[in-house]
Design a protein around this ligand. Structure first.
Ligand code: SAM
Ligand code: SF4
Ligand code: SF4
Length: 348
């Protein structure tokens, strides 16, 4: 790790054109994945010879740590490691241990499909990883396998949950993307499985991220419909969001069975509270999940920019930010603008 150049922690992070402050950074550590989920990296679009980023193109751990330190200096407090499948990046616990030492960073989380977690949960915990979000779209072995692009087994993700529990990760977030006529029939089974555990299941509306997942609006199951189905079986009541920047609407089971969440980016967009920046594995800064272009921080890094120049470039980019894709979805889709970065390239 290079000797860090200390940055003074700022009082207030930069604000964009809608007064949204930069407080969270999602870091994609690799664009590869061992799954081919049809809503993200469909197998017919990404055959085995698809050219993912090579080692030279990806940011090194030193480069990621340095950028994270610069973001922290600007006011970022939360980091989330994602991908692709982040656990495919070799020595990830080493990166976590570096990130955990950055002044100002008070939360490091990981989003994963879990296949490699049984091996990595212990070193990740020791390295300082705070929280894990696991993706579980179905408990039905056939449907789970189908939604992994025929790469994953439901037994593996259950083993991943057990490994996280054994290594002190406590309450997990369990993400479940719901697609009509594909896995929506299994929603109540998922609820039944996670009710009464400390884990919080969150149903995510299927989104039109990227351009290759063949998104059709009628495959989206709106939160209101899921809420009605779940409430009919187990009555729910709303819970106040912990912070404005929580993307999930929270509910609790009236009988004490714990909590559940909904991420309604299609039916109830939350752009007004979006304080997240995203860094792709090749070092591009994206200010929206649906952006078409990123800002090349790798070129600045490798061109010799010092930390102050990097911070100024990031702040400027954030201050110019006007993104509100989900709130403007209908208008932007109708305009024929069809270039959006793929989800596996910048993480969820
Ligand atoms: N590979 C890891 C995983 O699946 O957990 C991390 C990266 S993945 C891109 C992050 C999250 O994005 C996952 O929870 C996944 O379900 C979600 N996701 C991917 N494509 C999506 C889509 N089209 N709509 C909604 N969520 C999506
Ligand atoms: Fe891989 Fe995650 Fe995308 Fe599925 S959602 S293909 S596990 S990156
Ligand atoms: Fe944030 Fe873009 Fe999603 Fe809106 S559409 S919540 S601006 S990432």
């Amino acid at each position: 790790m290079a000797a860090p150049i200390p940055l003074t922690l700022v009082e207030a992070p930069p604000a964009d054109r809608w007064q949204r402050r930069l407080t969270d950074l999602r870091i994609s550590v690799v664009d590869r994945c061992n799954f081919r989920c049809p809503y993200c990296l469909p197998e017919d679009q990404y055959p085995e010879h698809h050219a993912f980023l090579d080692k030279q193109a990806r940011l090194s751990f030193e480069e990621i740590e340095r950028l994270a330190r610069v973001f922290a200096g600007l006011g970022v407090r939360k980091l989330r490691l994602t991908g692709g499948e982040p656990l495919l990046r070799r020595d990830l616990p080493l990166l976590v241990s570096w990130l955990a030492q950055i002044p100002g960073i008070d939360d490091i989380a990981l989003t994963t499909n879990g296949t490699l977690l049984p091996r990595l949960a212990a070193p990740l915990r020791q390295a300082g990883l705070g929280r894990i979000t696991l993706s579980v779209d179905s408990l039905d072995p056939v449907i789970y396998r189908q939604l992994s692009g025929h790469r994953g087994e439901v037994a593996e993700v259950l083993a991943a949950i057990a490994a996280a529990e054994e290594n002190g990760f406590g309450a997990l977030k369990i993400n479940s993307v719901v697609m009509r006529d594909i896995n929506d029939a299994g929603v109540l089974d998922l609820v039944a499985h996670f009710r009464g555990t400390p884990h919080v299941l969150r149903f995510i509306e299927y989104m039109d991220v990227g351009t290759l997942n063949g998104w059709q609006r009628d495959r989206v199951v709106p939160t209101a419909e899921l809420l009605a189905r779940i409430t009919a079986r187990w009555p729910l009541e709303p819970v106040a969001r912990l912070t404005r920047h929580d993307v999930a609407e929270r509910y609790r089971f009236i009988d004490g069975g714990g909590e559940i969440g909904f991420i309604s980016s299609v039916s109830a967009p939350f752009c007004g509270d979006c304080t997240r920046a995203r860094l792709s594995a090749d070092g591009k800064l994206y200010t929206c999940l649906f952006a078409s272009e990123g800002y090349d921080l790798r070129a600045l890094l490798r061109g010799g920019a010092d930390d102050a120049s990097l911070a100024a470039a990031i702040a400027q980019r954030w201050q110019a930010r006007d993104d509100r894709y989900s709130e403007r979805r209908a208008e932007l889709r109708a305009s024929g603008n069809d270039s959006r970065v793929e989800m596996f390239a910048i993480g969820g």
